[in-house]
Design a protein around this ligand. Structure first.
Ligand SMILES: Cc1cc2nc3c(=O)[nH]c(=O)nc-3n(C[C@H](O)[C@H](O)[C@H](O)COP(=O)(O)O)c2cc1C
Length: 379
């Protein structure tokens, strides 16, 4: 282990956005919105608590940009101008505590729940055991509608006072579906080789930029690899196993700067990808930072700041990753459900999060919301 430095609590920069330290709250779907997607008082209180806990940058749970892209009940929305003032309360809650907040914007595509969307769309028609229902192929007109929905959502985020937007380009949602050869088997300009599969992301970035202007921070959480198991692909009757490869993910990373993005958060996994992107049982330092090898592959491919998520639990591991230059920011999801004030605790000398990554924080039913429900939580 390297000697502990104060790297974690040095200010950082994402485009024009100044961040007071290197700790980021990774987007975490809270399931605390009303039926129209408006934040509830409980959600606002959660954001206040997070900001008070000292995290440098809060990224919201994914916000749906279009009613047809609502992933699950109680998801927060950003699909209509009528929501802007309610979202402004959320941004204000964080700012009031001296924090910074970026809105993660998303369209669920094929992964939307039956409870929220009666018919799902994907780049190609797809039925798979990990999907809530078979998805229909999106039409060219619907592609344009989705691109416009991301752009309008970004405009609302800016109007509501958020410090930036993050495109959700990971975990098998619509942007990651377009990138994936497992899902995207189109033969028109929106599919085919990697350049064709990137066209949707490029178009979304262009449309967002047009709405928010040249300086507004635009981030992406990018899935560098799909990691779909070969046998699972075979059981779905699909020819292309594995999906997006790490080599391709690195090529996408290399193209991000030209798309006008300001930072990339590295993640991965589709196909009910919860196991790949938030595995349970992170116990030892060697279980931590499980996407670090991917960050190390991405680092030489881009000049953008790298935000690394996935399994960070101890300050020493976070400091090592920063000191080695493998990432510029450390992103946390489950540890901040467990201890919203973890940044402050780390600064005051706590060595490790109490989170045991048992994944009971995922809400099972209506009205539960995210919460630490682990019985084996460390003290
Ligand atoms: C309850 C829950 C909800 C999540 N919601 C989102 C989300 O809305 N957007 C997203 O990009 N990732 C989401 N994730 C993934 C996390 O941001 C993160 O990438 C993953 O949990 C690994 O980080 P961790 O080990 O710090 O939890 C969610 C994870 C959990 C546990």
């Amino acid at each position: 282990m390297l000697e502990m430095t104060a790297d974690l609590f040095r200010p950082g920069q994402i485009g024009v956005l100044e961040v007071k330290n290197r700790l980021v709250r990774s987007a975490t779907a809270e399931r605390m919105a009303d039926d129209e997607g408006r934040p509830t008082p409980r959600l606002l209180a959660m954001y206040r608590e997070l900001a008070r806990g000292g995290v440098g940058l809060v990224i919201t749970g994914h916000l749906y940009v279009h009613p047809g892209g609502k992933c699950h009940p109680e998801m927060t929305g950003i699909y209509s101008d009528e929501l802007t003032s309610a979202l402004a309360q959320l941004a204000d809650a964080v700012h009031h505590e001296g924090g910074r907040v970026v809105a993660q914007i998303n369209h669920g595509g094929m992964q939307c729940s039956r409870e929220t969307v009666s018919e799902t769309i994907a780049p190609s028609a797809i039925a798979a055991d990990f999907l809530p229902q078979p998805a229909r192929e999106i039409t060219p007109a619907e592609i344009q509608e989705a691109i416009a929905a991301y752009a309008q959502a970004a405009r609302r985020a800016r109007q509501a006072g958020f410090d930036g937007v993050q495109l959700h380009g990971a975990h098998g949602y619509l942007i990651s579906q377009f990138l994936s050869p497992f899902v995207n088997r189109r033969t028109d300009e929106w599919g085919g080789d990697l350049e064709g599969r990137m066209r949707f992301l490029r178009a979304v970035c262009r449309a967002v930029r047009e709405q928010v202007g040249p300086d507004y921070p635009m981030l992406i959480k990018l899935g560098l690899m799909d990691g779909i198991h070969r046998t699972r692909a075979a059981s779905c009757g699909l020819r292309v196993a594995g999906g997006l490869t790490l080599d391709e993910g690195v090529q996408v990373t290399a193209a991000l700067e030209s798309m006008g993005l300001d930072a990339v958060e590295i993640s991965g996994g589709i196909g009910g990808g919860r196991n790949l992107n938030s595995p349970s049982g992170i116990r030892t330092a060697s279980d931590e930072a499980f996407f670090l090898p991917w960050a190390q592959r991405a680092r030489p491919a881009t000049r953008l700041p790298i935000i690394l998520v996935g399994g960070f639990r101890s300050r020493a591991v976070m400091e090592d990753v920063l000191a080695a230059g493998d990432a510029d920011f450390i992103s946390l999801s489950r540890p901040l459900i467990c201890e919203p004030d973890l940044p402050r605790r780390l600064q005051e000398g706590q060595a490790k999060s109490a989170c045991t990554s048992s994944n009971r924080c995922w809400p099972k039913g209506q009205g539960e919301g995210i919460a630490c429900r682990c019985v084996d939580r460390a003290t």
